[in-house]
Design a binder for this molecule. Structure first.
Ligand SMILES: [Zn+2]
Length: 129
């Protein structure tokens, strides 16, 4: 039997996510898309809760959403930005904020199980493009 060398797992440093780091990540994305706009975490008005599911927003779960998605002609601008949670952003896909809000209202009327099931299906569906 061949000797198995146990490789030591490298310890990964866990860097805490702060708003400063988060905003810096967003700024790199904005830059990549060719916009000159830059966000400043000190003056950024990030709501306490996600607009759609009301989960508490912390740096680790917050994403920069385009109310009108870029794929549908949306631009990088403060008026087009929404700060929402990652799961909502993934479920929203290329829906506009209004379309997604209407969807959430309908889904909420169906009960928690059905709502979560459909939102999960949506999240995986948007990934295939
Ligand atoms: Zn949410």
């Amino acid at each position: 039997m061949a000797k198995k060398k146990r490789k030591r797992k490298k310890k990964r440093k866990v860097i805490p996510m702060t708003w400063a780091r988060k905003v810096s990540n967003w700024n790199s994305g904005i830059k990549k898309r060719g916009s000159d706009l830059r966000l400043d975490y000190k003056t950024l008005d990030i709501p306490e809760k996600c607009t759609y599911c009301e989960v508490k927003l912390v740096p680790r779960n917050t994403s920069l959403d385009h109310n009108l998605p870029i794929q549908r002609g949306g631009k990088d601008s403060m008026s087009n930005y929404r700060f929402i949670c990652f799961p909502c952003n993934r479920s929203k896909g290329t829906l506009t904020g209004e379309e997604y809000l209407n969807l959430v209202i309908v889904l909420n009327s169906l009960g928690k199980y059905t709502r979560n099931l459909i939102l999960r299906k949506l999240r995986s569906a948007w990934r295939i493009r």
